[in-house]
Design a protein around this ligand. Structure first.
Ligand code: ZN
Length: 374
């Protein structure tokens, strides 16, 4: 059995440049369709049990975020359940991943993948819980459903959505943690939240990019988080259908869940530069960040994106567009591809389990402000 590489599966992405023995496996990341973005990789290495392999991704220099590669470590799994970090180095545009597989089948990825099959299992499992209804808000360009989970009886409307950028699989691990907490009949924070608000969760806004192994765009090569000012059926039906559903319910609190390639921290970006921002909105945003940093040692407020000056917000992005349109509190949660350096984990780095824990803590933080949302 000779060494081989395959990415012909859900969210797979890699191309083989050459395989000249275990120490010289040269690979390149494929661009998102109709786009120049690339950074997500996910592939299977077969036939290499017991052999010291060097996997070299040779086209990292032109990737979407070159700053994502220094101090980054890839994840691998042989059972497709547990993902661990492995020795990785970055030098002059080449990412070198060193592994010695125990078996003849090892999966290697940019971050622990969240497959569309797992997405369907999640929607089906959560849909069985009491008080939960699921709906399909619309259809993607590849014909996949945009699934929404609705629960709770309260008057305020909370929208939580993720994976506009499909390579940011941490967002759907976060969603799994949030949904498990919200549907736990014994959890007191969840019970109080369900009394106070009605929740609408869209765990995956970009199923086409997810299945195609994209970093940042949908099947048409469109960055969905630059479409919120004017989504169209031709380019961005995923945004069009979610915004239409938001228009029906109104929005009191919105969180858009993402991953950041470069910064090794969890942080929140707000809507400070929108034309109509009020002291009430901004006060709630500040309070939420303070509460979350108290509840979760994995979350911090020192490091994040620069804040837009008054009137300079980019209204094509969902957080700004939703805060402006609905006069609500909206925010973008960013989690790292690397590790959260405030409390690092050398074995797993930032991981699915930690994403899920942060999802639970984000809800506990919401409980402390939900009564002031309207
Ligand atoms: Zn993103």
């Amino acid at each position: 059995m000779s060494i081989a590489i395959s990415a012909a599966f859900d969210s797979g992405n890699i191309e083989v440049v050459r395989i000249a023995g275990p120490g010289a496996i040269d690979l390149s990341i494929r661009k998102d369709a109709h786009s120049d973005f690339y950074q997500w990789f996910h592939f299977r290495l077969t036939g290499a049990a017991g052999q010291a392999c060097t996997l070299r991704i040779v086209n990292c220099k032109g990737s979407a975020y070159e700053g994502g590669w220094p101090n980054y470590r890839a994840v691998v799994s042989e059972d497709r359940q547990n993902w661990t970090r492995v020795a990785t180095s970055y030098d002059d545009g080449v990412l070198s991943i060193r592994v010695t597989p125990r078996t003849n089948s090892m999966y290697v990825a940019y971050f622990a993948p969240y497959s569309m099959e797992r997405h369907h299992d999640l929607i089906a499992r959560i849909g069985q819980c009491s008080g939960v209804s699921t709906s399909v808000l619309g259809v993607s360009l590849d014909g996949q459903s945009i699934d929404c989970v609705t629960l709770g009886e309260g008057p305020r409307h909370v929208w939580l959505y993720g994976r506009q950028h499909p390579g940011e699989s941490m967002a759907e691990w976060w969603m799994e943690g949030a949904l498990e907490r919200l549907t736990d009949p014994a959890d007191p924070q969840a019970r109080a939240l369900r009394q106070a608000a009605t929740f609408h969760l869209v765990p995956n806004m970009n199923p086409d990019g997810s299945r195609r192994g994209h970093l940042r765009t949908n099947a048409a090569g469109v960055n969905l988080n630059r479409e919120w000012h004017a989504p169209t059926a031709e380019k961005s039906p995923e945004v069009l259908c979610v915004l239409a559903a938001m228009n029906e319910t109104g929005v009191d609190f919105a969180m858009d869940v993402h991953g950041d390639e470069s910064l090794p921290h969890n942080f929140i970006a707000g809507f400070e530069g929108i034309p109509s921002s009020t002291d009430r909105q901004l006060g709630l945003l500040g309070d939420y960040k303070t509460i979350l940093s108290r509840l979760s040692p994995d979350f911090q407020t020192r490091i994040g994106y620069p804040v837009a000056a008054a009137g300079r917000a980019n209204l094509t992005m969902s957080t700004n567009a939703v805060a402006e349109r609905f006069g609500c509190v909206a925010m973008t949660l960013e989690m790292p591809f690397k590790d959260a350096d405030d409390l690092p984990d050398p074995r797993a780095g930032w991981s699915p389990e930690r994403c899920k824990a942060l999802g639970r803590d984000c809800l506990a933080a919401l409980l402390e402000i939900v009564g002031r949302l309207r």
